[in-house]
Unconditional design. Sequence first.
Length: 213
Amino acid sequence: MMEKRQPASRFVATCIAMLALARIPAVHGSDTPASLACRMNAAEHRLATLLTEDPQKRSRLECDPELQEFARQRARDMAERGYLSHLTPERKGPNQLLRERGFPLPPSYPGGLSNNIESITGGIRSAREVWRVLTASSTHRSHLLGQDPEFLEQDLYGVAYHQDLYSPHVDYWVIVIARRARAGEPRLLCTPEPAECFRTSDTSPGSRSPESH
């Protein structure tokens, strides 16, 4: 019995679709439900690929839907209110803003004006140029690539790109990298400004060790 041949047009369309899928860049953990749920646009996907490929020091880095939505909210807020800063006009930092959304950051991450989780830039259209600019800064590079022991433990991320032609910087990019708190982690207590911080444990409240700030 002779095999029925597909019409040439359908065969060509199938080949094009397979080639398009093969050219999508891989992202660490991209086959997990959490990463699929992030539903990145093309610009976000390009920046996420740069984030997760070498020389990334973290062995595991996976897109988290909560962090993805938080990053998008941050980008939209900056565009709509015309600022480009880790601090909102109300003087709230990223750590505090994310905690207010219910995300369980490690207790050692200070609140208030503090930032252990966010890298931002604006006024740049290309994801690759955004990556070049951010990693040219030693502080941002350490956060993005996990070069500091604290950052190395972070295993979840969200990436946002928001464009608003009527905002001061037009293009807004936010990368949030964090981790969830673990059971029994020490808290961080800080004195008033100039701040000095100490780790403390609920099981031994009298013990203190200096913590750089």
